[in-house]
Design a binder for this molecule. Structure first.
Ligand code: ZN
Length: 255
């Protein structure tokens, strides 16, 4: 299988998962025509489908599909034996079986199935509806998940639109409830809060003011110095007894 084909299959599958609630294990509803084509091409349906979807899946049939194939008989006896191996979902027509086509139409309304069929009428019916993935063997050989139909794409778009609208309505309801309960903070209050929060700039991030540096300083010689202010000399405080001692010494020298 080519990589591009595989990527496409994953893309289409995620579309159904995201928009129509498909989940693993995927349920693949198989009819007699698909089983017959796979049997002729000697395709191991379960293995091929698991490889193709890279997901857990279950192969499903109904009593109506088995009965229809059984009634044809002849070359389809082996196909019927194959169908009986798969999981039989209750379709509600057990007492009065209907055609496989009609049964599948009814089944897709109640549950998310990927429909595997070679029946052209059923394929057309599926493509005209939204949310039903169609799987078939292209040229009775190549497993192919058909691109989501226009109906599916439209339905998915309207779903997203309605989701957005619901979210908007919910938000409006929530704000009106908050107003009623007094929880809602008005714009003025929030602006006041913000104003209060305003603080002085971080002093570490600011440049030091240069005013002090520009002071005109007169040095000892009386010359004006416009440069950096000179550091004041530190006064050394002498203890009293030292001062007196010094004074006495001066007096002695003068005398
Ligand atoms: Zn049925």
């Amino acid at each position: 299988m080519k990589v591009t084909k595989h990527k496409k299959a994953r893309k289409y599958l995620s579309f159904y998962i995201n928009n129509f609630g498909f989940r693993e294990p995927l349920l693949v509803l198989i009819d007699g025509t698909f089983c017959h084509a796979a049997y002729k091409a000697r395709i191991q349906i379960e293995d091929q489908l698991k490889k193709y979807f890279q997901s857990e899946l279950k192969l499903i049939v109904t009593a109506c599909i088995i009965t229809e194939t059984e009634n044809i008989g002849g070359p389809l006896v082996a196909v019927c034996q194959l169908l009986k191996k798969y999981l039989v979902h209750k379709c509600g027509h057990e007492k009065q079986p209907i055609s496989g086509l009609a049964c599948i139409r009814a089944m897709t309304k109640t549950c998310n199935y990927i429909v595997a069929t070679q029946d052209r009428d059923l394929q057309e019916w599926i493509c005209a509806r939204a949310g039903i993935p169609l799987f078939y063997l292209h040229n009775s050989l190549v497993p192919t998940l058909v691109q989501p139909s226009d109906a599916s794409v439209r339905a998915a778009a309207s779903k997203t639109q309605s989701k957005v609208q619901v979210r908007e309505i919910d938000e409006r309801r929530l704000t009106s409830l908050k107003k009623k309960e007094g929880i809602l903070v008005t714009n003025e209050q929030t602006s006041l809060k913000r104003r209060k929060k305003v603080k002085n700039p971080n002093p570490l991030s600011c440049k030091k003011s240069k005013k002090k540096n520009n002071k005109v300083v007169e040095n000892r010689d009386g010359v004006q110095d416009h440069g950096v202010e000179k550091k004041k000399r530190k006064r050394i405080r002498l203890p009293k007894h030292v001062k007196e001692h010094l004074k006495n010494n001066k007096q002695i020298t003068v005398c």
